[in-house]
Design a protein around this ligand. Structure first.
Ligand code: AMP
Length: 285
C-alpha cells in the first residue's frame, strides 16, 4: 500500500489501484458525502471485516441534488472526517473535486433504474437516483472495489445500487450495513445537524413510529393499511406530517398490500425543520 492516506485526484486513485494493491488483497469501497458520523464508521468497520484495503470516498455529488436542495450548504468538513477515520490507520480517503469527477460539466451519460426510482424518495427527488447511480458507477470504475458497502438507512439507495450492479454486471459485491441510531432511536445522518434541539426530539418519533408498525407486524398483522396506520398514529401524536409512509418489497421496492414471504421495507420520509429525514425498518416474515 502507498505510504499516504489521502488521494485527491481520479488519476492518482487509478494509479493507486493499479500499483498500490497487490493481488490477492481485496479492496472495499465506502462511498460517502462526508460529514462522517458513527453510521459511516460502521460501514468502514464492516469493510475491514471483509477486505484488506478500505477506500472511503468523500464526494458531495452535485448530480444527485435537485435545484432547490441543499447542495451548497451540505456540510463539508474534510479535516474533521479524516481525523475521525484516524482510528482506521490504513484507510485510503479519496476526495476528488467536482471538476475532476465531471470535467465537462454534468456527466453526459446517466445511469437510471427507472423501475425502482419512481417511488418513495424518487417521487420528491426526480433525478436523484440517476445522480447516485451515475456517481457510484464512476466510483466503481475508478476504485474497482471487490466490495462496496452501503447503509440500510438509505434503503431505496441500497436496493437501487444492488440492482444496477447486478443488471450491469459490475464485478463488485454490494454489502448492506444495519442503521446506526442515537440512543433516542433517531438514525444518524449528516443532515441531523440542521435540526434545532426541539426538532431533534421530534425527529426521534420517526423511529418510534416505524417501531410501532414493526410491533404490529410482530403481533401477526400483515396488511399495509394496518401496519402503516400504526406508523401514522405515532407521527400524528408527534405533530409530524410525513411525506410518505410506504410498505414495499425490500429488494424490488414494489408496493405491497400485504407482507408476504419476502422481507418488506417499511419506510418513511418527513421534513422536520430544515432537514428532510428518511428512515426505514425491515419486516422479515
Ligand atoms: P451519505 O454520506 O449520507 O451519502 O452516506 C454514505 C453512506 O453511509 C450511505 O451508504 C448511507 O446509507 C450510510 N449511512 C448514513 N447514515 C447511516 C446510519 N445512520 N447507519 C448506517 N449507515 C448510514
Amino acid at each position: 500500500m502507498l505510504n499516504r492516506t489521502r488521494i485527491e485526484s481520479v488519476a492518482d486513485m487509478v494509479e493507486f489501484r493499479k500499483n498500490g494493491v497487490r493481488q490477492p488483497a481485496r479492496v472495499a469501497l465506502v462511498p460517502t458525502m462526508g460529514a462522517l458520523h458513527e453510521g459511516h464508521l460502521a460501514l468502514v468497520k464492516a469493510a475491514y471485516g471483509i477486505a484488506q484495503h478500505v477506500v472511503v470516498s468523500i464526494f458531495v455529488n452535485p448530480m444527485q441534488f435537485g435545484p432547490q436542495e441543499d447542495y451548497s450548504r451540505y456540510p463539508r468538513v474534510v479535516d474533521h472526517d479524516i481525523a475521525l477515520l484516524s482510528s482506521f490507520p490504513h484507510t485510503v480517503v479519496f476526495t476528488p473535486s467536482a471538476e475532476d469527477m465531471y470535467p465537462e460539466g454534468p456527466s453526459w451519460t446517466v445511469i437510471s433504474v427507472p423501475g425502482m426510482t419512481g417511488t418513495l424518495c424518487g417521487l420528491k427527488r426526480p433525478g436523484h437516483f440517476d445522480g447516485v447511480c451515475t456517481v457510484v458507477a464512476k466510483l466503481f470504475n475508478i476504485v474497482r472495489p471487490d466490495f462496496a458497502l452501503f447503509g440500510q438507512k438509505d434503503g431505496q439507495q441500497l436496493a437501487v445500487v444492488r440492482r444496477m450492479a447486478e443488471d450491469l454486471n459490475f464485478p463488485v459485491e454490494i454489502v448492506g450495513v444495519p442503521t446506526v441510531r442515537e440512543p433516542s432511536g433517531l438514525a444518524l445522518s449528516s443532515r441531523n445537524r440542521y435540526l434545532e434541539p426541539h426538532e431533534r426530539v421530534q425527529a426521534a418519533s420517526l423511529y418510534r413510529a416505524l417501531s410501532a408498525g414493526r410491533e404490529r407486524f410482530g403481533k401477526g398483522e400483515r396488511s399495509r393499511q394496518q401496519i402503516t396506520q400504526a406508523v401514522f398514529d405515532v407521527l400524528r401524536a408527534a405533530g409530524i406530517e410525513a411525506e410518505y409512509v410506504a410498505l414495499v418489497d425490500s429488494r424490488t421496492l414494489e408496493p405491497l398490500e400485504q407482507v408476504g414471504r419476502q422481507p418488506a421495507m417499511l419506510a418513511l420520509a418527513a421534513q422536520i425543520g430544515a432537514a428532510r429525514l428518511i428512515d426505514n425498518v425491515i419486516l422479515t416474515p
